[in-house]
Design a protein around this ligand. Structure first.
Ligand SMILES: Nc1ncnc2c1ncn2[C@@H]1O[C@H](COP(=O)(O)OP(=O)(O)OP(=O)(O)O)[C@@H](O)[C@H]1O
Ligand SMILES: [Mg+2]
Length: 470
């Protein structure tokens, strides 16, 4: 990274691309005067929000009507910084385009990418991340397997004290092709199985699958097989929860997991215990441990498997709906709480849920446009006051186009759109929206209900946006 301007770490899911990138940027020699910025793209579904996501990650406040990529290029032009785009394989073309523009306008910029496939830029240096060496008792693969096994159960110490059993463990690592995620899942499994049971079961399963999936590259096959095998070893409720958790993008908290994933045989009261079971098997990671605020996430490869399974169960629609309505309700609660002593907490909470809110809005835009409009309008403060003007404007415009043009929710969405236009200095549009908003409010059965909302009243005394409402 000291010599090249664009490096892409490629390799199969779970091979350690993100971890290697983290390690590389932690090296003090990679420091840049204007910082090292990490942009996590795996939760991003809408390619249209790539620039907004990068701009937000680097702390660029989004307050101008200029196209955001121009803003970003101008902002970076004189900076010396390292930008990491983690997980780009679902946005290859968009990343190629944005990175090309940024590199051209910012001579001091270095970009590090992780992706299962290269971007295909002329200046790109591709580094294929290889699995861990797995031959012999001193291999890195065995060291990782051993560490995970010991973390799962102290009894694993006996395995590695015995040269004969160590040889079996080496064989297990070899079967797993030294892929770190596969080794982690297998290591965690020693809590329930002896090493020998594992080796035996693994042999059977891998033999069957290597015939069935001959078309897949070998390492992909190994990873899929390992995950499928981990999946079979889960209890039925754990499998169900794994599938349902796959609707989350990015990390989530226990309350959301309970609300979205309970149903049928899995009661809300059991979700936490089943989630703990998945965490113990390394299927779910705890990202931030703070008691009730603990957040969880699934690695991409594991989430993808869950998504396939959710499809098999025929539950995609219902669980995606529940996810969307949970976050829509959260947006409404935040709207009610924003103008009050809890504002900072709401700011933190909504910021932490940004990826989930996007996913929910995207889904509602097609599944329930009225709910999308209500949600986008409720998030007015997030678009307007928390630096997401471009994104908010785009969501509000789409929702207003898709939903019926009546009622208080429509009025609030118009008002929110007016705020974003005003904030971007787009005065003509703000004026037209204000007029439309005023006319619509007058037609509502209870115009005071929408115009004299508590938010509005308190906002009115202190905020320039007053001018844009009825
Ligand atoms: N060298 C290593 N030593 C120990 N653990 C590792 C190593 N490399 C990867 N891991 C672990 O393996 C798991 C998968 O790694 P990581 O998430 O970096 O894979 P990835 O290639 O980015 O996968 P994806 O394509 O799904 O994003 C993680 O839990 C990570 O901590
Ligand atoms: Mg990764």
């Amino acid at each position: 990274m000291r010599e090249r301007r664009l490096i892409t770490l490629t390799g199969v899911g779970g091979v350690g691309k993100s971890r290697l990138a983290l390690r590389a940027v932690a090296d003090a020699r990679q420091a840049r005067p204007d910082g090292v910025w990490w942009v996590e793209l795996s939760p991003l579904r809408d390619p249209g929000l790539l620039t907004a996501t990068v701009a937000h990650a680097v702390g660029l406040a989004d307050h101008s009507p200029r196209p955001l990529d121009e803003e970003l290029c101008a902002w970076m032009a004189d900076k010396k910084l390292l930008l990491v785009l983690d997980t780009c394989e679902h946005l290859v073309a968009e990343c190629r385009h944005l990175v090309g523009e940024l590199l051209q306008s910012s001579p001091g910029l270095t970009v590090l990418i992780t992706s299962r496939e290269p971007l295909g830029c002329a200046v790109e240096q591709v580094v294929d991340v290889r699995p861990l060496p797995c031959e012999g008792p001193d291999s890195d693969a065995l060291a990782l397997f051993r560490a995970r096994a010991l973390a799962a159960t102290p009894q694993a110490a006996a395995v590695f004290a015995d040269p004969g059993r160590t040889a079996v463990a080496v064989e297990v690592c070899r079967r797993l092709d030294g892929i770190p995620l596969a080794l982690e899942l297998a290591g965690a499994r020693l809590r329930l199985w002896t090493l020998e049971q594992m080796a035996e079961r693994m042999g059977e399963r891998f033999a069957v699958l290597s015939d069935a999936r001959a078309a897949l590259p070998r390492r992909h096959q190994t990873m899929r097989t390992t995950i499928g095998w981990s999946h079979e070893l889960c209890e039925p409720l754990e499998r169900l929860l794994w599938a349902r958790l796959s609707v989350f993008t990015g990390d989530f908290d226990i309350a959301a997991a309970r609300a979205v994933c309970a149903g049928g045989p899995l009661s809300a009261a059991r979700v936490e215990r089943v989630l703990a079971g998945l965490a113990a098997k390394s299927v779910v990671l705890r990202t931030d441990e703070r008691g009730a605020d603990t957040r969880y996430r699934l690695l991409d490869t594991i989430r993808e498997y869950g998504q396939d399974w959710l499809g098999e169960l025929g539950e995609v629609q219902i669980v995606t709906d529940r996810h969307a309505h949970w976050y829509a309700a959260l947006a409404q609660a935040a709207d009610r709480g924003w103008m009050g002593p809890g504002q900072v907490d709401w700011y933190r909470r909504i910021t932490a849920e940004h990826a989930q809110l996007r996913t929910a809005l995207e889904h509602l835009l097609t599944a329930d446009p009225t709910a999308a409009m209500e949600m986008a309008g409720a998030l007015w403060f997030y678009w307007f006051a928390c630096g997401h003007g471009h994104e908010g404007r785009a969501f509000l415009e789409r929702a207003l186009r898709a939903a019926p043009r009546t009622g208080a929710a429509h009025n609030q969405a118009l008002w929110a759109l007016g705020l974003t236009a005003l904030q971007q200095g787009d005065m003509d549009r703000a004026q037209r929206l204000a007029e439309e908003c005023t006319r619509d409010a007058a037609r509502l059965a209870d115009p005071s209900g929408s115009c004299a909302r508590p938010t509005w009243n308190r906002c009115r005394s202190s905020c320039p946006a007053t001018r844009c409402g009825p």
